[in-house]
Design a protein around this ligand. Structure first.
Ligand code: ADP
Length: 209
């Protein structure tokens, strides 16, 4: 019945929290970085990051495989409504490399931080790299302001936006590490990879540095 279901959900929640605690890898920059492969919408982190598009209203493209789609689908319509209000107030498209925060609604996380990564057409430039770095930094700044203790990042821009995966992973790890070093609060950061290929790329960076 209902109680059994509630119990099951509670256990699942505890298990997810245990996963977050257990997967924190000790690295040279401190014990607060982790690598985890799976669906970001399942994470009971304080915040998950959405690799959004500049409309911020969720993805309507037919790919159905993007993280934006997964997050909006799992969060429910209220997320789109809050994003709509933010966009109306903003009065223009969300620029690349900024961050906006909303509630998580039906997601197990408390907040979603939305950031728009650079679209790479042709060769990746120094501007693309700075923009991607800005995505990670602004999300971390917002998380710090909100007193967030754990945050999960997907591999921003590496899907439909075609940022080269190795370079994107390096930017992700380096930017977050730099931020954590000088940050006031203790914050756990989960690099949430979705594919085995990305897991290998991140693992190599962790092993090497
Ligand atoms: P972008 O448009 O910024 O490139 P995409 O959503 O197309 O964003 O891809 C970003 C990354 O998100 C890709 O590496 C993809 O494998 C990953 N991804 C897709 N679905 C999920 C999910 N449910 N959880 C975590 N990561 C996901």
């Amino acid at each position: 019945g209902f109680l059994a279901l509630q119990d099951e959900l509670l256990q699942a929640e505890q298990k997810d929290q245990e996963i977050i605690d257990a997967m924190m890898l000790p690295t040279i920059s401190g014990p607060n970085l982790a690598l985890w492969r799976g669906d970001i919408t399942r994470l009971h982190a304080d915040a998950i990051v959405n690799a959004a598009n500049s409309e911020l209203l969720g993805c309507f493209c037919p790919c159905h495989g993007c993280v934006d789609n997964a997050i909006h689908s799992a969060a429910g319509l209220q997320l789109r409504e809050e994003c709509y209000i933010i966009m109306k107030r903003l009065g223009h498209q969300e620029p690349v490399g900024q961050a906006k925060i909303t509630s998580g609604y039906n997601l197990p996380c408390r907040y979603v931080i939305h950031t728009v990564g650079p679209v790479v057409i042709g060769r990746v430039t120094a501007l693309h790299s700075r923009q991607l770095e800005s995505c990670y930094r602004k999300c971390m700044e917002l998380a710090e302001q909100k007193g967030i203790r754990s945050i999960a990042f997907p591999c921003i821009s590496t899907g439909e936006y075609h940022f080269p995966r190795e370079k994107a992973a390096q930017i992700a790890v380096h930017t977050v590490r730099d931020f954590i070093q000088y940050s006031q609060n203790e914050i756990k950061v989960i690099f949430n990879v979705f594919t085995e290929r990305d897991e290998t790329i991140y693992q190599k960076i962790f092993d090497r540095e």
